[in-house]
Design a binder for this molecule. Sequence first.
Ligand code: NI
Ligand code: MN
Length: 227
Amino acid sequence: MAQVTFIGHSCFEIVSGETTLLIDPFLNGNPSTDRTPDSFSPDYILITHGHGDHIGDTVEIAKRCGATVIANYEIFEWLSKQEIQAHGMQMGGEFEFPFGRMKMTIAFHGSMLPDGSYGGNPAGLMLKLPTGTIYHAGDTALFSDMQLYGDEGIDLAIVPIGDNYTMGPRDAVRATQFLKPRQVMPCHYNTWPPIAQDAAAWAHEIRANTTAEPVILEPGQSFELVK
Ligand code: NI
Ligand code: MN
């Protein structure tokens, strides 16, 4: 069983077995959460891309608790220069970590780092944990290769629905049709006015048009993924 907590925006904490994973820890400046960087002590921090609302407080958290950061190779280099322990990957690559396998998947978006450094390509994360397969799409447009990712047997898909910067609710329904997860959870919405969305209405569309069960969490809420 994995415990999945929606921290807010695109940030999730996943406890799987003995391991705590923290995805896209954007805390300072995130209007969706009161959680502070010092309230997290993950074993690993997983980064989808370089934008400030995703890399967030990674450096501060990793320096404090010694977490290993997993990111694309360009972000790996940027973190290594700041003496952060990191593991670099690239799109399509999979690696066996102590917590399970992770594949870095494609995403259609940008990735510039907060200081203007080149952040490589944006990514999604396919986490093949012993406790279930979780796909975090990152920030992305809809793309048809999601059908191939659907072949991985996804237990939980986390997809952006905010629109404007990523796919919106309609495309996120199409993404769910492609991904065929057992359960699907929205992210990257309601953080700021340009990405305000009605998650309950979206859940209704998911039930009407896909085989997935929608799971809507408020920031701070957790859910137990049963494989
Ligand atoms: Ni972004
Ligand atoms: Mn974003």
